[in-house]
Design a protein around this ligand. Structure first.
Ligand SMILES: [Zn+2]
Length: 459
């Protein structure tokens, strides 16, 4: 046994000892990467994290740079732990040129190396750095290929079961040095990747609040790892934030649009040219009639405003002035005054009171959620989590996220809970699964047909 392996066996980092030697790449012959002339390198506009870009949402660094074992990189892992991230995509941290993409012996597995050029400034010379992505299973790029920030390089692997799947990620102050051993004295070659990325974030594309990325004016996508994990799944909460001044929010009922023809969320989006779709609410055994009041542009699906349900979404104003939708609380907003200004209405349970405190008690039942929310600026939030929590706990989790949540409206729970978004290259096709007493499994992959949905399109 080499001294490196002995050192490794003593490593107290996150690895499961039963899974074998931890993420030490081992002592292997250097493989010379391709040379690239500095003039052939694009100027990088900044750096993002290599998993869950731009902000590593859904991932954590199980073994940061340095530390007692002198780790020469970061070990990026999915929040699900173990091999839950096996096959997840790995992304280029910045614009650059690929100088190596291939399999290596020992503990390295598949390695991609990318060289980046940073523009100089008055007080800083031009700089070239290299990022190195190890333990990859598959490659999406080849040597000498030019790549852009956020471009897929390959997928995360576990080097034939040698480690729990993760990305060993290094950032080096010079390009083309030997692979090395993954641990040791960083000298002047190895930089702390997280510190470097944090100091070199792209300008102009930074999320406007933590966790959100702008897709278009008035349309943002957020993916939040829950601070309280569920017992199953990725524990990630997806939020599509819509400014109703810039986007049209619509109620679509199959009973009006195409009777008898309930569609899945992606089918609704395609047939009606919608950018985003979420459940409008629960429905009856006829697979058409909404559980609470619902009107689609004057056509009444369910006329009865129930005293049991305190939240109403108003949408589709005949006049183009004002917001395209409002989420009202029947106890603290004036429905009678605003209702004449809107053609469509959906009622459901309110999950927050007028002071934004949870209304639901803990009932011990857990399910996937699709909810509508509104923030302090009147923006509508389409909220989805596949991982199950009780509705009470999920409400409290949402209040801990940077959403500025003021109103919260129950749309659906369990396998029917759907959220679909398609804008440019961004696609979210989220479906629910778990529901206590009905579907106590995490294996639903299908989008279920929905008779009534909320749709979003450009105004
Ligand atoms: Zn590592």
């Amino acid at each position: 046994m080499s001294s490196a392996a002995l050192f490794l066996a003593a490593c107290g980092c996150f690895y499961d000892p039963a899974a074998g030697p931890a993420g030490l790449p081992g002592d292997i012959p250097a493989t010379q990467p391709a040379m690239v002339a500095i003039g052939d390198l694009p100027i990088a506009d900044g750096f993002d994290f290599p998993t869950g870009p731009p902000d590593a949402v859904g991932y954590y660094d199980a073994q940061p740079f340095g530390g007692e074992h002198r780790h020469l990189g970061s070990d990026w892992n999915g929040l699900g732990g173990g091999d839950s991230d096996l096959g997840d995509p790995v992304f280029s941290a910045a614009d650059g040129v690929v100088t190596a993409a291939g399999d290596h012996a020992g503990g390295w597995g598949g390695v991609v190396r990318v060289v980046h050029r940073l523009a100089g400034a008055d007080d800083a010379p031009e700089q070239v750095v290299e990022t190195l992505y190890a333990h990859l299973d598959t490659f999406d790029v080849g040597t000498n290929e030019r790549v852009t920030r956020g471009q897929r390089l390959g997928t995360m692997g576990n080097v034939g079961g040698r480690y729990p799947a993760h990305l060993h990620f290094e950032l080096r102050a010079r390009a083309g040095e030997p692979l090395g051993k993954g641990y040791g004295d960083p000298g002047l070659l190895w930089l702390d990747p997280t510190a470097f990325i944090t100091a070199h974030r792209p300008t102009g594309s930074a999320p406007d609040t933590a966790g959100f990325t702008s897709l278009a004016p008035g349309l943002d996508l957020g993916r939040f790892p829950s601070p309280v994990p569920s017992f199953v799944g990725d524990s990630v909460i997806t939020v599509v934030r819509v400014d109703p001044a810039a986007w049209s929010v619509e109620v679509l009922a199959a009973s009006r649009e195409h009777p008898g023809d309930a569609l899945t969320a992606p089918e609704w989006a395609e047939r009606h040219a919608l950018t985003a779709v979420i459940n409008a609410g629960m429905f009856g055994t006829d697979h058409s009639t909404a559980t609470f009041a619902l009107t689609d542009e004057g056509e009444v699906n369910n006329p009865a405003l129930s005293p049991k349900a305190g939240s109403v979404l108003l949408a589709e104003p005949p006049s183009p002035k004002g917001p395209s939708a409002r989420l009202l609380d029947l106890r603290c907003d004036d429905l009678d005054a605003l209702r004449p200004q809107y053609g469509s209405l959906v009622q459901s349970y309110r999950l927050l009171d007028c002071a934004a405190h949870p209304t639901w008690g803990e009932n011990g039942k857990v399910w996937s959620h699709a909810l509508l929310g509104a923030d302090g600026d009147g923006r509508l939030l389409l909220i989805h989590a596949r991982s199950p929590w009780s509705t009470r706990q999920f409400t409290e989790i949402l209040l801990d996220l940077p959403l500025d949540l003021r109103r919260l409206h129950y749309a659906e729970g369990g396998p029917e809970a759907s959220l679909y978004l398609h804008h440019g290259d961004t696609v979210v096709a989220a479906v629910g699964s778990w529901e206590t007493g009905f579907f106590e499994r995490d294996d639903n992959r299908a989008a279920w047909p929905l008779p009534n949905v909320i749709g979003v399109r450009e105004r």
